[in-house]
Design a protein around this ligand. Sequence first.
Ligand SMILES: *Cc1c(COP(=O)(O)O)cnc(C)c1O
Length: 390
Amino acid sequence: MTMTTLTHLECGACGATYDPNHLHTICPTCGKPLLARYDLAKAAQTLTRESLAQRPPGLWRYREVLPVQDPACAIDLGEGGTPLRNVPRLGEKMGMPNTYVKDETLNPTGSFKARGLCVAVSRAYELGARELAIPSAGNAAGAMSAYAAAVGLPAHVYMPDDTPMPFSVECRTLGANVTLVNGLITDCGDKVRQGVEAQGWFAVSTLKEPYRLEGKKTMGYEIVEQLGWRMPDVIIYPTGGGTGLIGMWKAFDEMEALGLIGSERPRMVSVQSEGCAPIVRAFQEGSEHATMWQGAVTIASGLRVPAAIGDFLMLQALRHSGGTAITISDEEMMYYANLLGATTGIFSSPEGAACLAAQKHLLEQGWLQADELVVNFITGSGLKYAHLWQ
Ligand SMILES: *Cc1c(COP(=O)(O)O)cnc(C)c1O
């Protein structure tokens, strides 16, 4: 069985290359994210439309283009392989019959963060990391805790002390050491850095190690395969750190090199909250990088990312795809979470619901045509956010 065809890591900004068989964080030369590169000609020999049709669902079916070498290190909790549903009852309300939802709520720990942490923790385990750590106010911490527990790696979670209770309870129950910090997520990041320096922990923050992106990119492979090897016209994605947006865009280039698709691409749409929209602002200003968003507030904790290290990669993907970026109010997110729930049976957190609000606005603005095929990413379950309905 061919596992990985990983060849090297390449900086997404300066292009410097590194040996992938050591634990890496960001580019030591310029401080930007490192991207995994594969021998795609070799991968193309076994990763074909026909071979994929024979493989079980889930993320590891794309193993040639994932970084893990030893099958024993590929942790499998049932992540990926989530339904992509055409939802006519919702589509009718949206005025767009080809409305699709990718139901990522069904992943382990209830969000698509499982995909990224599955691959990051598997690879860190393979490369000998002894303890893991993460600063997180949301779903990433639970996902890291689950994958660390599966292989018995100690896990350290730092959360702001105003994080809703279900997030910390989940991590503790999954065996992580949880520290509630009287401060912001940036203060939690400082605590993790101290542990990295003093204790040799390995931090799995978004895009500050190369492999969460690889897990998230599988969403790109999956939706095209699920549509019968057809590209959607538009993908709408609720954007925080941007791993999924950048990852799917990377996946499409790999798929073309593998001969799985041609040069067609979807228009990529980034959705953010009105209370924290650094990428939307940078997109509208025509900037290559985003500036820090001051005083970020939104009920959508996954979108409360005032500064993202992968900002330039997101902005490139949005522009190269002919896409756009749009903000949504928290009230609209709740409205669409209720509409989505009542018309599809999916209990979504506000982030995923934001996609539908964006779809409606873009249709009204004439940016979308009523017959276009749109994939909305329902990124996480509403269960951990139930307090928002109280
Ligand atoms: C983290 C998160 C997001 C944002 O994802 P990124 O890939 O970091 O942009 C969106 N929705 C939910 C539910 C999340 O947990």
